[in-house]
Design a protein around this ligand. Structure first.
Ligand SMILES: Nc1ncnc2c1ncn2[C@@H]1O[C@H](COP(=O)(O)OP(=O)(O)OP(=O)(O)O)[C@@H](O)[C@H]1O
Ligand SMILES: [Mg+2]
Ligand SMILES: [Zn+2]
Length: 233
């Protein structure tokens, strides 16, 4: 049972990617109910509260924090195994408040996404640093858009060259795990635009295999984390 919470208040892309554009949240006696993609996948996003997908949310920190608090407190998620929180890029109000509001819940950790080039790694080092500062464990880093295999000639090219060694080198230097690399695949963009699951659309593709490995490593990390927590209780 998985809950997906989109706290990218100003640029919520989860409703579109999950094929839920135009859906609205319902209010029930037990709070807001999430929008369900499938029986075991509930989603909450500010996108469900806007009247049009092009509406701009222009809010300062405190107002964003208020909504994030509401999402965590007033949504009836039911009995869930995983809560996945998708954040905007950076280390801002959204990141601070979600870590703060969930501190008593013992968050398993953060999964950090980068692309191979230095300009992206530079931001991601800051994000890892942020996690250390707020004592949020780093589950690991994913290198996205890592290589591209031409569908015509099958040659691999580096669209975003790892000029400084890519995520691999960064992870070694910062002593965090590299969870995996996902290649660039135009089908991913298409699936997201259509709100369809890339994993079901292209079950045999290298990117899907890579996603599956990454998911497995995250699950193993979380299992281990829960085991250790139970031991200390
Ligand atoms: N490996 C990939 N191959 C091809 N397209 C991809 C890949 N990864 C992501 N995309 C596409 O790139 C776009 C941006 O992806 P996504 O929204 O996940 O990025 P983001 O970092 O969360 O962006 P934002 O900063 O806006 O939150 C989407 O259209 C997505 O489908
Ligand atoms: Mg995003
Ligand atoms: Zn080619």
């Amino acid at each position: 049972q998985v809950a997906l919470l989109d706290i990218d208040i100003c640029g919520p892309s989860i409703p579109k990617m999950m094929g839920l554009e135009g859906e609205q949240v319902h209010q029930s006696g037990s709070g807001w109910s999430p929008v369900y993609v499938e029986e075991n996948l509930g989603v909450m996003s500010v996108g469900f509260l806007l009247s049009s997908p092009d509406d701009a949310v222009i809010w300062r920190g405190p107002k964003k924090n208020g909504l994030i608090k509401q999402f965590l407190r007033d949504v009836d998620w039911g009995d869930i195994d995983y809560l996945i929180v998708d954040t905007p890029p950076g280390t801002s109000d959204e990141h601070l408040s979600v870590v703060q509001y969930l501190s008593a819940a013992h968050v398993d950790g953060a999964v950090i996404i980068t692309t191979p080039q230095e300009v992206s790694l530079q931001d991601v080092r800051k994000e890892i640093n942020f996690c250390h500062k707020v004592k949020l464990p780093v589950i690991g880093v994913v290198e996205n858009m890592s290589g591209f295999v031409c569908p015509k000639c099958k040659n691999e090219s580096q669209i975003f060259p790892p000029t400084t060694g890519g995520a691999e080198k960064m992870c070694q230097n910062l002593n965090v795990s590299l969870l995996g690399k996902v290649p660039l695949d135009p089908q991913i963009g298409k699936s997201c635009d259509k709100g369809q699951s890339f994993l079901s659309e292209a079950p045999e593709s290298p990117a899907t295999l890579s996603y599956r490995n990454i998911i497995q490593r995250i699950q193993e990390y979380c299992d281990q984390h829960h085991f250790q927590e139970e031991k200390t209780l």
